[in-house]
Design a protein around this ligand. Structure first.
Ligand SMILES: Cc1cc2nc3c(=O)[nH]c(=O)nc-3n(C[C@H](O)[C@H](O)[C@H](O)COP(=O)(O)OP(=O)(O)OC[C@H]3O[C@@H](n4cnc5c(N)ncnc54)[C@H](O)[C@@H]3O)c2cc1C
Length: 469
């Protein structure tokens, strides 16, 4: 049932989940299957509200300054009201070292595909020892309207809208109730539950855990809450001049170029580990070459590969040559200094401290895309498909930040000095407080995060339904 104010809600749920984005809704659906009831506390309403968006306001410093109000949405369905719907699970190389306990996500892939209405086909084609071709798929639903209808009919899931969670009450890491403020009346309500889960979205998970730790002294003071915050980098690193027919056969894309289709190639597990890189992928976006552009490239190439230049000039005349832009997306390193903290002076309209984010890039962040470009160069020459033209990007200032993916801040690990939650997603040194969303990722990988956010929520749903009995 959907409640529009906390005043109307009189029950005691087994599990209280903060937020109603993809992380929280997937968890609720998983609990519903096991007949466990839960309550989603959502700060937003059913529509976008610009006053409420102001509660995301904060300061962002470092190399990447961005307006925190623009990347997250406070509304039923969360940021999935504006997301691009592009999906792919994390690779095993991204998460197999997060804990000594084995984390397996594959068993939740089919269910995650069903929840997001995405084709469960993430084929990989091995190109050589170091590279593989990968697939992304797109969600086919309007997430919030689909799940609003679905949840309205549920006997196990309730939602309270227009209500901001701000505090937990309990002792010795065992929490008994949550304090909620009605956004309109500013009246406080207390809701009791057995388990509490934060699904507030990546930055906000750190914000409310920091509040519990720093202001209410309810958490271990050494937990690195807000630390190791990261995202994805995205930079146009060069171009490929390719024999169109060979490229489209190789990548098995018959409509490649004609319909503006995009193919993606990424680094393989062993190569990433051996070279201590982050995960990365390159998008190959073909475009028809103008005569001017072709002349520019061929002039450069003529001195180093005269025979090859003759060959491609021939292809160009027959319209069989394509230029392909190479945009690389790669993971930001997990660095403690990149972090979220609570502002000491600024608060939002509910008197909750705003946040400050520091996000910097380092020269080592260029290692991954450079190695990927190098491997692409070798691969395209060896397979006689074309030649890669590298742009001169040697300066970390040229790295762009993909501002929509917020990762880390409450990362998984076994040691409370270096992580906030354990492999069961429980906050260290607590008995019944859990976290979901991409804030839990200890490494960013390159894939858009939501698919694996859902996988982790389903995994937590299974765990909670076992321990709640
Ligand atoms: C423009 C854009 C494009 C994107 N495209 C993609 C894409 O193509 N693919 C992809 O995988 N990801 C994409 N993302 C990221 C994606 O939207 C997020 O990964 C996803 O929404 C995270 O889900 P979540 O449930 O963890 O958090 P959110 O969706 O942010 O939901 C959190 C919810 O918690 C609520 N909340 C927060 N604090 C409180 C509180 N104190 N009390 C009560 N409620 C609270 C919020 O109102 C919100 O509804 C994109 C993001 C943006 C901005």
């Amino acid at each position: 049932m959907i409640y529009y104010s906390a005043k109307e809600y009189k029950k005691k749920p087994q599990i209280l989940i903060v937020g109603s984005g993809p992380a929280s809704i997937s968890l609720a659906l998983s609990l519903e299957k096991k007949k466990v009831n839960c309550l989603l506390i959502e700060a937003g309403n059913l529509e976008y509200n610009s006053k409420l968006q102001e509660t995301f306001k904060g300061d962002s410093n470092g190399n990447f300054n961005f307006d925190l109000r623009n990347n997250r949405i406070k509304q039923f369905g969360g940021t999935a009201n504006v997301w691009g719907k592009r999906c792919r699970p994390l690779d095993i190389v991204d998460y197999y070292k997060w804990s000594n306990k084995k984390i397996s996500l594959f068993e939740y892939q089919e269910e995650a595909s069903k929840i997001l209405h995405v084709k469960n086909e993430f084929d990989e084609k091995i190109l050589n020892d170091n590279l593989k071709q990968i697939e992304f798929n797109y969600s086919k639903i309007d997430f919030s309207s689909f799940y609003l209808k679905r949840i309205s009919k549920s006997n196990y899931i309730d939602v309270v809208l227009n209500s901001t969670f701000f505090k937990l009450n309990g002792e010795f890491g065992k929490f008994k109730s949550a304090d909620i403020i009605d956004n309109n009346s500013k009246i406080k309500y207390i809701i009791k539950a057995k388990f509490f889960v934060f699904g507030c979205g990546s930055i906000e998970n750190s914000r409310y855990l920091l509040l519990l730790q720093k202001k209410y002294k309810q958490l271990n003071q050494n937990l690195p809450i807000g630390k190791y915050w990261m995202g994805h980098f995205k930079t146009h690193f060069g171009e490929l001049l390719a024999d169109f027919s060979k490229l489209s056969i190789l990548l098995n894309k018959s409509n490649y170029l004609k319909e503006g289709d995009t193919a993606a190639i990424s680094l393989k597990h062993n190569y990433i580990e051996k070279n201590k890189l982050e995960n990365a992928c390159v998008y190959l976006e073909p475009n028809q070459l103008s005569k001017n552009n072709f002349n520019k490239f061929s002039k450069k190439l003529l001195c180093i590969a005269p025979e090859y230049t003759k060959h491609i000039t021939n292809l160009f005349r027959k319209n069989l040559l394509c230029g392909t832009s190479l945009e690389i997306i790669w993971g930001q390193k997990t660095i403690r200094e990149n972090h979220i903290s609570l502002s000491e002076r600024k608060v939002d309209f509910l008197d909750i401290p705003q946040i400050e984010v520091i996000c910097n890039s380092y020269s080592e962040d260029l290692d991954t895309p450079k190695k990927l470009m190098e491997q692409l160069g070798i691969y395209f020459v060896e397979s006689k498909i074309g030649r890669v033209h590298f742009f001169n990007i040697n300066n970390k200032e040229k790295i762009l930040w993909e501002g929509n993916h917020h990762i880390g801040g409450t990362i998984i690990g076994d040691n409370p000095l270096f992580s906030v939650i354990d492999s069961d997603l429980k906050v260290h040194n607590t008995k019944n407080l859990f976290v979901i969303g991409s804030s839990i990722f200890s490494r960013s990988g390159h894939a858009n995060p939501t698919f694996s956010i859902v996988q982790f929520s389903l995994r937590l749903g299974e765990h909670l339904s076992k321990i709640i009995i």
